[in-house]
Design a protein around this ligand. Structure first.
Ligand code: ADE
Length: 224
């Protein structure tokens, strides 16, 4: 999968992709990640990428010209399945969206700032708008990092058996059951007996029951 991220803060996006599973996805060839600085596409002599909003009011708006220039350049080079805009008024990110996006070959992710982007960018270039939660971040970069991580780990071959995405919380609309490792007793706090029993059907039944109970208490909306 190829992902192009458009940002005014490219340095902010270096960290999340230079470690662990996201780094391995790139070195193994599953992910080709390109981070583009929107400022490089400004034709203004001070590299300005924003302006005052028409009609007045506080807050700057990201201008259409540099964003259009970069999107059109990328679209001339290859076809994109999705051009995503990270915004608090987008569709709330859920596992089902991550699953769908993991089938894409190429996608662009645009990170907003200030009051957002000129609405004409959204009308004419954007194919999907995503929010990572009902709160406002300083910019779309952290949301883009969350989106990329949640999608790329689903690409076959990115995770090994040990970290398999199939047993993740949400994949079957249930939260994950509790997990334990050695020691079997710590300060008198014991690991549930069933997990030490070696009786795998019983262990599986216990895990399903715990996953269901946990979901009922913490996220009853998932069971609706
Ligand atoms: N940009 C600012 N807030 C955001 C959010 N909650 N999700 C995605 N992008 C954002």
């Amino acid at each position: 999968m190829r992902i192009d991220i458009l940002t005014i803060l490219p340095d902010l996006l270096q960290g999340p992709f230079s470690d662990s599973i996201m780094k391995r996805a790139q070195t193994k060839g599953h992910l080709e990640l390109e981070i583009h600085n929107i400022r490089d596409y400004s034709t203004d002599k001070h590299n300005k990428i924003d302006d005052y909003q028409y009609g007045g009011g506080a807050g700057m708006v990201m201008s259409i010209e540099p964003i259009a220039a970069i999107i059109e350049k990328l679209k001339a080079e290859r076809d994109y399945d999705e051009i995503i805009y990270m915004t608090p008024d987008g569709e709330l990110l859920e596992q089902a969206i991550c699953n769908d996006l993991s089938l894409c070959k190429n996608m662009i992710i645009l990170c907003g700032h200030y009051k957002g982007v000129d609405e004409r960018v959204r009308e004419h270039y954007i194919t999907k708008e995503v929010s990572i939660g009902s709160y406002v971040l300083s910019g779309g970069e952290l949301g883009a990092a969350v989106l990329v991580d949640s999608v790329v780990r689903l690409i076959p071959g990115v995770l090994n058996d040990e970290t398999s995405a199939l047993t993740d919380s949400f994949q079957d609309r249930l939260l994950s059951p509790p997990v334990y490792t050695r020691p079997s007793e710590y300060r008198g706090w014991k690991v549930p007996e069933v997990l030490l029993s070696g009786d795998f059907p019983k262990i599986e039944a216990w895990r399903e029951k715990k996953a269901f109970e946990r979901t009922q208490v913490r996220r009853p909306d998932l069971l609706d």
